[in-house]
Design a protein around this ligand. Structure first.
Ligand SMILES: [Zn+2]
Length: 186
């Protein structure tokens, strides 16, 4: 290809791209605009935003990777019984990740004793890494917390947490894995 033909091809592509963008919402996350399979999440180890593929799997695929209890909770919006999960009384330093897709969710530095019997945090590693949705399942409005990358059900967030946020992220152990601080890698 000559320089001139490359140049004119490039111009045509530019023109097509600009004509296609008319009428679109220009406030979308740039990673998801025109590409519903990518998402920007924050990596607290490298301290950078990272573009990752969204994770979408069938129930059969999830059942191959999760225990039946993890599947019931993380993929079907279940709840583990209080004081039974593996992390409600877990105090090691490190990062809690999504059991389903590995995305970083919570730091041990924001975990606190809520007395509820579920792992409780007063903040997420980044609001980019979770998605919040209204949930009326119990007849009252609650705010469900989901993994932004794979839509796993994590738990709920309430406004009776400690300072500085005043929030209590009440999360199922079964929806998380734990990466000890010494094993953390970007
Ligand atoms: Zn996930």
């Amino acid at each position: 290809m000559t320089f001139t033909s490359f140049h004119s091809t490039f111009l045509v592509v530019l023109l097509l791209a600009s004509s296609c963008s008319h009428g679109q919402d220009t406030h979308q996350n740039p990673a998801t605009a025109g590409n519903q399979t990518a998402i920007v999440v924050y990596n607290p180890i490298s301290k950078r935003d990272t573009t990752m593929e969204k994770v979408t799997k069938t129930d059969e695929q999830w059942l191959d990777e999760l225990s039946s209890e993890e599947f019931r909770i993380a993929r079907k919006k279940g709840t583990e019984r209080a004081f039974t999960g593996k992390y409600w009384n877990h105090h090691d330093d490190g990062t809690y990740t999504c059991r389903c897709c590995g995305s970083y969710l919570f730091s041990s530095s924001t975990k606190y004793e809520s007395g509820s019997g579920w792992p409780s945090f007063y903040d997420v590693v980044s609001s980019k890494n979770v998605r919040l949705e209204s949930d009326f399942a119990l007849g009252v409005e609650r705010t469900e917390v989901l993994c932004a990358r794979c839509d796993a059900h994590l738990g709920h967030v309430f406004d009776d947490g400690p300072r500085p946020t005043g929030l209590r992220y009440c999360i199922n152990s079964a929806s998380m894995s734990f990466v000890p601080k010494q094993d953390e890698a970007p």
